[in-house]
Unconditional design. Structure first.
Ligand SMILES: [Zn+2]
Length: 88
C-alpha cells in the first residue's frame, strides 16, 4: 500500500516534503516553497505527523548537544539526519 497524496491536488509529494523538512524548519527555503509545504501539511496528516516527530527529535538532539555544538558539528548532525530520513 503506497502512501502518497494522490487524492489531493498537491504540488509537492510527501517524499519531497520529508527531504525538505530540515530546510523548512530552518526557514531557509524560498517563501513559495515554505508556503507549499505548510499547505501540504495542512492537507496531509502523514506529513503533519512527520513534522511533529521531526521537531520532537531535533529538539531532543538540540538539548542533548546544546552545550557546545559548533556550526560544523551541527551541519554534520543535519547531514546525518537528512541521510537517515532519505533512507527511512
Ligand atoms: Zn504528504
Amino acid at each position: 500500500m503506497s502512501k502518497t497524496c494522490s487524492g489531493l491536488s498537491l504540488t509537492l509529494r510527501c517524499r519531497e516534503i520529508s527531504s525538505s523538512m530540515l530546510d523548512y524548519l530552518d526557514g531557509s527555503l524560498p517563501p513559495e516553497e515554505m508556503l507549499m509545504i505548510s499547505e501540504h501539511m495542512r492537507l496531509c496528516p502523514d506529513c503533519a505527523c512527520f513534522k511533529a516527530t521531526y521537531v520532537a527529535t531535533t529538539d531532543l538532539c538540540a538539548k542533548a548537544f546544546s552545550r557546545a555544538l559548533t556550526d560544523t558539528q551541527r551541519e554534520q548532525l543535519c547531514t546525518k539526519l537528512r541521510e537517515a530520513l532519505r533512507t527511512a
